[in-house]
Design a protein around this ligand. Structure first.
Ligand code: FAD
Length: 270
């Protein structure tokens, strides 16, 4: 399919991108890696009049230690995450989750900011960022604000991000040696998750278990109260609302959430 005609702008700075967003309002959209936006446009599920390409801005592509956190530029590619020595030692969950996203082509183009902004409950990185208790930094002409990942998602493909805001940075606590694991259940290698479970330091993020990425709150509360892994994992689908689709029934997804949570918690416990 061919997208509806649009005009294309490639600003040379974040400020330039923000000015264009402010000028064109809801008629404009941001292009980062394009791996979610272009399919949306080709299927004509979206028809922006102006596409603002931030995919080659070096100021958005970095991974650096900042005190107790690692700061990651929104334009950092999935491949950068998986290959990062800093993440490998300080936030190994994030590097491992990035390694499971799609195939090498997808990982070389897709960005963490694009993945979080797209707000697809089937994506891997949002659940990891939730489990990590990360902070998402948004910038607009009105200034900058920091939103906890746990308060970022509002529903299917939606978040608290305003149309004139850019995700500029993701701040992730350095978890160091805390136990972690990612369990992703797919039909074939490189597929999207039917269900995924990200665990770090007793927190649990769920992929594809509702309209938006979720935390398994009942499991987390049970663990905090001293429940065994088996007891806590049995609660992993509480408060979730998975869909039935061509890949799985909702009931099968619930089963997977409980099973994968048990596996991930067991791995994380060493
Ligand atoms: C074949 C294929 C397989 C895939 N498999 C997986 C998978 O297994 N797991 C998975 O998690 N993902 C998968 N993806 C999605 C991939 O990870 C995308 O790269 C990602 O979801 C979007 O990132 P992007 O940089 O390509 O964003 P884009 O497609 O450029 O943008 C996506 C959306 O985010 C907005 N946006 C982008 N950057 C910003 C920003 N900094 N601030 C504000 N808004 C922004 C855009 O306006 C757009 O609405 C797959 C994609 C493809 C094509």
């Amino acid at each position: 399919m061919i997208p509806v005609a649009f005009s294309y702008a490639r600003p040379d700075s974040v400020d330039g991108a923000l000015a264009l967003l402010a000028e064109h309002g809801e008629d404009a959209t941001i292009l980062a890696g394009g791996h979610s936006l272009l399919p949306v446009m080709k299927l004509r599920l979206g028809a922006p009049e102006v596409v603002i390409d931030i995919g080659r801005l070096p100021e958005l592509r970095y991974i650096r230690v900042q005190g107790d956190e690692v700061a990651i530029g929104a334009g950092t590619r999935h491949r950068d995450l998986e290959a990062s020595d800093v993440l490998g030692s300080d936030v190994p969950l994030l590097a491992a989750v990035a390694r499971t996203v799609g195939d090498p082509q997808v990982r070389h183009r897709g960005t963490i900011g694009g993945s979080l902004a797209h707000a697809d409950p089937a994506s891997d990185l949002p659940a990891a960022v939730l489990a990590l208790d990360a902070t998402i930094v948004l910038r607009s002409p009105r200034g900058e604000r920091q939103v906890p990942a746990t308060g970022f998602y509002t529903g299917m493909f939606s978040s608290v991000k305003e149309p004139d805001e850019l995700i500029v940075e993701i701040r992730v606590p350095r978890t160091g040696s805390a136990g972690w694991a990612y369990e992703k259940f797919t039909r074939r290698a490189n597929d999207w998750a039917i269900v995924g479970v990200a665990v770090v330091d007793g927190r649990v993020g769920l992929v594809n278990m509702g309209a938006s990425p979720l935390r398994a709150s009942a499991t987390e509360a049970a663990l905090a109260d001293g429940a065994s892994i088996d007891e806590a994992a049995a609660l992993a689908d509480q408060g979730t609302d998975p869909q039935t689709d061509v890949s799985a029934t909702a009931e099968y997804r619930r089963h997977l959430a409980r099973l994968l949570t048990r596996r991930a918690l067991t791995t994380a416990a060493g």
